[in-house]
Design a protein around this ligand. Structure first.
Ligand code: EPZ
Length: 420
């Protein structure tokens, strides 16, 4: 397994190009199963998750070529059964279920199972499938769904923590080929859901309201091939903005979408970080002393849960008390104990973490546990005195394209090594 060795204390300076969004690309790749014609998807980030999704599409019978960020997929003839081992290893693969049900009227995929940040149930996905006419059987770790006929229907998809992003994606994809109209209430409003809807409409679907809590899909007979460019990754952008602030540097983000980052930019402003538009780029740097702030993670357009860990690393450096409350996932504070190994003083009280910031950090060996927690540890390591070794960085490679290369380009002293 690989590790990152980081020598802290270097302010980041320069330009970084933001890659395509992982969380937009995964459902869009799944959507190519909805047609027997070829699709071309550009700006697909080269990550272990996207490479995995390509393998899943190929295991279903599609052909796929992935080079220089452009993916050509042709799901001419496909089967409804995805390889158990493949699907079990990546939660995001649940979003092939909707397209398989729409195209083949059947889907057999492994229950995605939980992960370290929470149980990750799929009850809302299944509720949507059944509302559109599918019969669901759960047996031996598999979800077996079949549907004689798919009929559009009104569906309320809100759950205990609000809307479901991939649940909305799954039901929206399935509804594109159902008879009649489907109205999804309490739909997820994330930009990634809008990007998927744009791709589906380019394929001939009839979707309106994406980006709002009510999405209407008028079913059509068939979808055709289409080309699409994936939106830039707002979570990667937020990660680099916070890294610039944490190291007291100045970084220009090329291609980042300010309109996808309002909640993050607003909170950073309160915390003493400025993010200004420069043409089609964003310039991130501190606007003065860092100031403590409070955050509650919410569904979009609230503060994103995927930026919670990175913000905690910034608050660890900020003199004063900052409080972070995690409302989306039940255990997304795995980075707290690892940040403590660098000298951070953080107490967890139920869904909140109380960060007593301002103590200087000193480098130490730490363990990555999940994708965004790993990013938080890299940020803290770059601000700490001395060397930090972040182990198990396969978590990081799932969602960040060449993050150590991009950080080195900005001046970070960061090396990728085989874990001893
Ligand atoms: C997507 O996951 C993202 N992943 C996650 O990003 C992101 O954290 C999450 O949305 C929330 O924004 C991808 O898009 C691939 P949810 P998803 O369904 O769709 C509960 C990252 O770091 N829920 O919106 O799986 C669930 O337990 C990853 O890039 C149900 O109760 O998340 C959670 O508490 C991590 N029943 C809440 O809803 C369901 O059927 C939001 O989950 C589905 C979800």
């Amino acid at each position: 397994m690989e590790s990152l060795i980081i020598k802290g204390g270097v302010p980041l300076h320069g330009e970084v190009t933001i890659s395509g969004s992982k969380n937009a690309a995964l459902p869009i790749l799944a959507a190519t199963l909805l047609t027997d014609e070829p699709c071309v998807i550009r700006r697909v980030p080269n990550l272990s998750d996207t490479r995995f999704m390509v393998k899943i599409l190929q295991s279903l019978g599609a052909t796929a070529q992935f080079e220089d960020g452009t993916l050509t997929v042709h799901a001419k003839k496909i089967r409804g059964y995805a390889d158990y081992e493949l699907v079990r290893q990546m939660r995001g693969s649940i979003c092939i279920a909707g397209p398989l049900l729409a195209r083949l009227r059947k889907a057999r995929i492994s229950l995605p199972g939980g992960c370290i940040i929470g149980a990750r149930p799929i009850n809302l996905h299944l509720k949507g499938f059944e509302a559109l006419g599918a019969k669901i059987k759960i047996e031996g770790g598999y979800v077996d769904a079949t549907a004689k006929r798919l009929a559009g229907a009104p569906i309320f998809l809100g759950g205990r923590a609000g809307p479901t992003v991939l649940g909305t994606a799954n039901v929206m994809m399935m509804a594109t080929l159902a008879d009649g109209v489907t109205v999804i209430e309490s739909a997820a409003c994330e930009p990634e859901v809008m990007d998927l809807a744009n791709f589906l409409n380019a394929m001939g679907a009839k979707i309106s309201g994406a980006g709002s809590p009510t999405i209407t899909i008028v079913g059509v007979e068939k979808l055709h091939g289409a080309e699409h460019e994936v939106i830039p990754d707002r979570i990667e952008a937020a990660t680099f903005i916070i890294a610039a602030a944490a190291t007291n540097g100045e970084v220009t983000l090329k291609g980042a979408r300010e309109d996808h980052l309002h909640a993050v930019i607003d909170k950073l402003k309160e915390a003493g970080v400025s993010v200004e538009r420069r043409g089609s780029n964003l310039l991130a740097r501190r606007s003065g002393k860092l100031k403590p702030a409070d955050i509650t993670t919410l569904p979009y357009s609230g503060f994103p849960t995927d930026v919670q860990a990175q913000m905690m690393s910034l608050f660890v450096l900020t003199p004063g008390i900052s409080i972070i409350t995690e409302r989306i996932f039940e255990s997304r504070f795995m980075h707290v104990s690892e940040l403590a190994r660098l000298g951070a003083d953080i107490e967890i009280e139920g869904p909140s973490a109380i960060v007593k910031g301002g103590r200087p950090l000193s480098g130490a060996p730490v363990m990555a546990s999940d994708l965004r927690a790993s990013a938080a540890l890299v940020i803290a390591g770059m601000a700490a005195k001395g060397a930090t070794q972040v182990n198990r960085i396969y978590h990081l490679d799932r969602g960040y394209e060449n993050i150590d290369g991009k950080l080195r380009q900005l001046g970070a002293r960061i090396q990728r090594v085989e874990e001893k």
